[in-house]
Design a protein around this ligand. Sequence first.
Ligand code: ADP
Ligand code: MG
Length: 300
Amino acid sequence: SSAFLDQYETLDVIGNGSFGIIRKVRRKSDGLVFARKELNFERMNDRDRKQIVAEVNILKDLAHDHIVRYHDRHVDREAGILYILMEYCGGGDLSTVIKQATRTNRPIPEDKIWGYFLQILLALNYCHQPNGHARGGSGGGSGASAVENAGTATRAQILHRDLKPDNVFLDTADKVKLGDFGLSRALTQTTFASTYVGTPYYMSPELMQEKAYDTKSDIWSLGCVIYELCALRPPFHEAKTHQELSNCIRNGRIPPLPRGYSQTLAGVIKSMLNLNPAMRPSAAQLLQHERLALTLKVIE
Ligand code: ADP
Ligand code: MG
């Protein structure tokens, strides 16, 4: 045993990650509950090891109300396990919300969807525009002036790269916590991530054509997530093969939303699912949308 592990009492297993389990733990000193990802790095290849180190380094620097908060890490070299301690999200994730709505045959109320939408956008904007001040600012410009940035450490731009309902966690108060940055990459202004290993359903057309991934690809995936919250299935769910999915996406015909959802919401989703990444709104631009600005006033 180690001094680090002795600090915590282990509770239930809450998830099975791609590299190991996720456990609920309680800190003995103050009774606080955390989620602990246990990653067995002995069985990993070099590439996966590098990815894990990158994920932890990304998480460590992300401090936002709507992003799963990183707390600590510990390497047990003998056992070959890396422990990552993070904020515990006790409300499940958006995939459980969608499943529940399907099972009970109760659509998710539109107000609730705008609320989730806004919170994911706030998190994405923080990642996409690390040095900007989108809130209250105008347009999608880079925001901060040299003077404002002086003496402030600047963060790198982060892409999530695997935005889907299962990676949008909820705390017990139903507050959105964007998580699983396992596939994200810290990007400098000149480098672009060009490989993608995410879930095909949420994959943008530019990725299907193996072009570079950028912030607008996250916007596409978010469009798919918001669509799914309304329709309870992803927009291109009829596709049975990768080729069919690729065709559906390139045709760009999105089945209409079920009755009961507004034209306003349908219009915003449609703008995010524009085939041309440059035509999709940025997170900062979406935050300027009247309906979302109104939702922000309500949750604040
Ligand atoms: P993977 O890369 O395997 O998808 P995730 O980080 O998404 O790993 O974790 C897998 C699952 O474990 C999640 O879908 C979620 O159910 C659960 N989980 C992960 N992190 C937390 C957390 N901080 N709080 C609560 N549950 C979590
Ligand atoms: Mg996941």
